[in-house]
Design a protein around this ligand. Structure first.
Ligand code: FAD
Length: 384
């Protein structure tokens, strides 16, 4: 069967693209096939990100914060965001919102099959599942089929277990989110808690590590229990939601398109949208989606070549990761220096690829020269 577009993988990137295609008066008339092995009916993740304006998914923002906090044992900084808002969207709300919207379009077909291969010629791309083959002008792929090899030399894993907890008594201030609390044992690598209260008696508490290997399942749970009891002083609570995630923080190249297969466009984590130094992906998915839609509207290829500025941000990112991977500095040291010396809003701008060159010079000036210069030079000449 032949379509205009096939979306392989209906997660954050696939569904963001579908939603944007269907928002456009012309592109929404295209025939679109969405293929995923999963029906996306679970609340499997919670996305947080920051933006200045109301975004595409404003109506499903679960909670937002204008006040954030960064902590270590010896230092605490609470700050109010002027321009940005830190926002949370629950996976299930996102999936339900877009899937309900797409139901209004007869030209959109969903198919729940395991994708085995995706290939392309000069004129069309073909996707094969365990049941059938489908072709289209373009296949937008967010499955890991073309992902590069991840190993302990080129990558750290950002792994975390998050619990949404509910207490009987009001114990949280839902106007303040803890972005990073590094006052924890750092023996496995950068280790912090993330505490996002959504009401006076509900919060998402996440135990997060950047390290080469995952921990035993029980270790995440023990750390969460200890933190909730000792640091948050909460003795009685109910776990209302649990999530576990692993995000690659990698120097390996996630190609925008597999070699000589320009009818296949990798998107999302598979397309290299995950920020190597922080794991944040959601806001970069939205930015890339906008660029692809703009290209398609003008009859151009949606294979977007990175701009000079994007290449610069990618280089900064790889530099920070290289410093952590080569153990020149720990994640705790890097983030502590930044939060001690720089305006937090500017840090968010830098981490969101929205800073100015002047701010980037200030950021570079805030960190120790020797480890960063050697990693920056190494990454400048690396092929990825
Ligand atoms: C628990 C968790 C929390 C996260 N929190 C944040 C956050 O707060 N902020 C942020 O910016 N980023 C976050 N991330 C990182 C990133 O935003 C998410 O991983 C995001 O979902 C990536 O989008 P994606 O479309 O690339 O991949 P996914 O959303 O994972 O979508 C890929 C889809 O492909 C399907 N698929 C895979 N293989 C096949 C196959 N062979 N056949 C058929 N279908 C297949 C999967 O079922 C899935 O639906 C989080 C990640 C996780 C795991």
């Amino acid at each position: 069967m032949n379509y205009d577009y096939i979306i392989a993988g209906s997660g954050a990137a696939g569904l963001s693209l579908l939603y944007s295609l269907l928002q456009d008066s012309e592109l929404s008339k295209s025939t679109i096939l969405v293929v995923d092995k999963d029906t996306k009916q679970q609340n499997d993740r919670t996305w947080c990100f920051w933006e200045k304006e109301a975004g595409y998914f404003e109506s499903i923002v679960h909670h937002e914060w204008k006040n954030l906090e960064f902590k270590t044992e010896e230092f605490k900084r609470q700050f109010e965001l002027e321009e940005y808002s830190y926002k949370m969207i629950r996976g299930i709300d996102f999936y339900e919102f877009i899937l309900a919207f797409a139901k209004n379009f007869e030209n959109v077909t969903f198919c729940y099959e395991q994708i085995t291969t995706i290939d392309s010629t000069k004129d069309k791309a073909t996707l094969t599942t365990d049941k059938a083959s489908y072709s289209a002008k373009y296949v937008f792929n967010s499955t890991p089929i073309f992902n590069p090899e991840i190993n302990t030399k080129n990558s750290l894993l950002q792994h975390f277990e998050g619990w949404e907890i509910e207490t009987k008594e009001p114990v949280f201030d839902e106007t303040i989110g803890t972005l990073m609390d590094f006052s924890l044992d750092q023996k496995h690598g950068a280790t912090f808690m993330y505490v996002l209260p959504t009401s006076s008696n509900k919060a998402l508490v996440e135990y997060t590590l950047f390290s080469p290997e995952l921990l035993d399942k029980q270790e995440y749970k023990t750390a969460l229990k200890k933190y909730i009891s000792e640091e948050l002083s909460i003795k009685e609570f109910e776990i209302t939601h649990e999530e576990f995630g692993v995000i690659p923080m990698s120097l390996a190249k996630f190609e925008a398109s597999p070699k000589n297969k320009e009818r296949i466009i990798n998107i999302g984590t598979a397309g290299g949208y995950t920020k190597a130094s922080s794991g944040y992906t959601f806001q970069f998915v939205q930015k890339h989606t906008e660029l692809m839609i703009e290209a398609l509207k003008h009859g151009k290829s949606p294979l977007i070549k990175p701009s000079f500025r994007e290449k610069m941000f990618h280089w900064y990112d790889k530099t920070v990761l290289d410093v952590m991977l080569s153990k020149k500095m720990t994640g705790k040291e890097i983030f502590s220096i930044m939060f001690k010396k720089l305006a937090p809003e500017k840090i968010l701008a830098f981490l969101g690829n929205e800073s100015t060159f002047w701010q980037e010079l200030k950021t570079m000036n805030s960190v120790p020269l020797i480890p960063f210069v050697s990693s920056a030079l190494k990454q400048l000449f690396s092929k990825n």
